[in-house]
Design a protein around this ligand. Structure first.
Ligand code: GLC
Ligand code: CA
Length: 589
């Protein structure tokens, strides 16, 4: 990986990522499950979006307890998705179009069906025993009181050898023991194998959980039979930087590859340690602050809390400012683990189209690499299931069973799932208005969102004012501007409860060291995050309206509107000002 302390121009900073969840993208053979040949059929569509990089969720062999995040063979493709030969075709097809491919790297755990684990559990003195984390029972119970991310204890007892193994996720996802150097070198060899096959990087799953605090202490106070999140004992653990630096040296160095770490519980200062400095441990990371904004800390992962726009501004500002010129951000509003962006941060009814476009502006005008999740480009929404049988996600299903044991009612539980279940983002891609949204000719593995007749790629492409056309325009705009990629960020009108507005400043391009002396103008982004019209006034513009003009907006007649005009519900506008104006202003002072 190429890195410098400063902002050097590099492809993964200038590229735009499109995330594909293969199981739900396109089914080529009618078995109801999306697959690699299905993606291959859609390459022209993907190219047409103007994206540069694909992040593919796991496609490795897997019994799918957690939809591919439980890998039983790192060197082969899941049966349902096709073969290695299909995968080679996909890589070739993408590269031919100038699109790079980033694969998911799931190395905190494997499947319990991985040969390493089968060996490991077979006897206490098996050479693979130490590839996983085994502990004897404590007082007849689990070795500590850690809770799994998917509810219940993080330990499962294995009668054959009379010990428990650790699994921070599902019981079918035993955690690997990164303390073991043999395990590490096997993982690095596997990573090089894929890089040698031609991939362009990795999205590193739950990567900051690799190092556990020695002794695996319980969370105090302990109560028998009660399990508690053990985060402080495995998030950003004692050896994490050492492990990731070793990974850079032994697996990534020498390849022109990007890496993006999935890192919950990281603040911007820690992010600098991961992505900046002399020895960056990853190109960029996914931070979670804005993903927690609507969760009630007193409840669990399905409990909603009201939030205000100034809170979101504060989070984004903190990340934008701290990482500028020192680390690198990634900008995302959704993915396969999160609700649909327009349902969560926008309005998925009356103003769905406007809100989806506003969120697009937001993602594509911040500093950092933008990520678009499949379906986001047409404003797909959360799904409203009303029976637990319609859900597929292990996280939701486990949550349901544990909550039922505690006596919670379906009514309260489903409210949470409609908002937060990971299945909201996993319903099939909506291609057209034919049966099953054109995703499959068979029975889809998870139900299609019934709104597919209105919301689908085909219908959207036919609309003049469509979400997808707007994305394409925005993507072109972003690529044409160094300021939008590397420029500084300044938040305006901090306390305004409706409007999120900021400047991207071309003068801050001085941090871009190899930009060949290119200059670029300034941008002003104004976003009305509400169902009501809103007023926005900024001194910046009152002082000198000269030079600023509206270059893009999500209402058809945007160009007629001067900056003094009120904003309509969910209205988004981008104003631009050429560099000369900035310089003129300076000379006059
Ligand atoms: C990550 C993945 C998620 C998976 C979990 C365990 O959070 O994005 O889908 O369930 O890791 O691998
Ligand atoms: Ca299929």
């Amino acid at each position: 990986m190429q890195h410098t302390q400063k902002n050097e121009r590099i492809w993964w900073k200038e590229g735009i990522v499109y995330q594909i969840y293969p199981r739900s993208y396109m089914d080529s053979n009618g078995d109801g499950i999306g697959d690699l040949p299905g993606i291959l059929e859609k390459l022209d569509y993907i190219e047409g979006l103007g994206v540069d990089i694909i992040w593919l969720n796991p496609v490795y062999k897997s019994p799918n307890a957690d939809m591919g995040y439980d890998i039983s063979d790192y060197y082969d493709i899941m049966d349902e998705f096709g073969s290695l030969a299909d995968w080679d075709k996909l890589l070739e097809g993408l590269h031919r179009r100038g699109i790079r491919l980033v694969m998911d790297l799931v190395v905190n755990h494997t499947s319990d069906e991985h040969p390493w684990f089968i060996e490991s559990r077979s006897s206490r003195d098996n050479p693979y025993r130490d590839y996983y984390i085994w502990r004897p029972p404590k007082g007849g119970r689990e070795p500590n009181n850690w809770e799994s991310h998917f509810s219940g204890p993080a330990w499962t007892y294995d009668a054959r050898t009379g010990e428990y193994y650790l699994h921070l996720f599902d019981t079918k996802q035993p955690d690997l023991n990164w303390e073991n150097p043999r395990l590490r070198s096997d993982i690095f060899a596997m990573m090089r194998w894929w890089l040698d096959r031609g991939i362009d990087g990795f999205r590193m799953d739950t990567i900051n959980m690799l190092s556990k605090v020695p002794g695996l202490p319980s969370v105090k106070p302990e109560k028998p039979g009660e399990y508690r999140p053990g985060h402080r004992y495995f998030m950003n653990g004692p050896r994490i930087h050492e492990f990731l630096q070793e990974m850079q040296e032994k697996a990534i160095a020498g390849y022109d590859a990007m890496t993006v770490g999935e890192t919950s519980m990281v603040d911007p200062e820690l992010a600098l340690q991961y992505t900046g400095g002399d020895k960056p441990e990853m190109s960029m990371l996914f931070q979670f602050d804005h993903m927690l904004i609507d969760r009630d800390p007193a409840g669990d992962r399905m409990t909603f809390r009201r939030w205000g726009l100034p809170e979101l501004k504060k989070i984004i500002e903190n990340w934008q400012i701290t990482l500028h010129g020192r680390g690198w951000n990634s900008n995302y509003l959704t993915n396969h683990d999160q609700p649909r962006a327009v349902s969560r941060f926008g309005n998925d009814r009356q103003y769905r189209v406007e809100a989806a476009k506003l969120l697009a502006v937001f993602t594509l005008t911040l500093e950092g690499t933008p990520y678009i999740y499949q379906g986001e480009e047409i404003g797909m929404t959360n799904v409203s299931f009303d029976s637990i049988d319609q859900y597929r996600d292990v996280d939701t299903l486990n949550h349901y069973h544990c909550a039922k044991e505690r006596g919670l009612s379906d009514v309260e539980l489903f409210e949470g799932y409609r908002r937060f279940s990971r299945d909201n983002a996993r319903t099939p891609m909506q291609w057209d208005r034919t049966e099953n949204a054109g995703f499959t000719s068979g029975t889809p593995w998870i139900e299609v969102n019934p709104n597919y007749k209105d919301i689908n790629v085909r219908a959207d492409l036919e609309r003049k004012d469509s979400v997808i056309r707007f994305y394409r325009q925005l993507i072109r705009l972003r690529k044409s501007s160094l300021t939008l990629i590397y420029g500084g960020f300044r938040l305006l009108d901090r306390e305004n409860p409706q409007v999120f507005a900021y400047l991207r400043r071309g003068e801050d391009l001085s941090v871009v060291v190899n930009n060949d002396g290119r200059v670029d103008g300034d941008y002003l982004v104004i976003l009305n995050f509400s169902d009501q019209s809103a007023v926005f006034r900024t001194e910046e513009l009152e002082k000198g309206l000269a030079g600023w003009s509206c270059i893009l907006g999500n209402y058809a007649e945007f160009s007629e509107y001067s900056v003094r005009e009120d904003l309509r519900p969910w209205e988004a506008r981008i104003y631009g000002r050429p560099a000369e104006y900035r310089q003129k202003g300076k000379n006059q002072q």
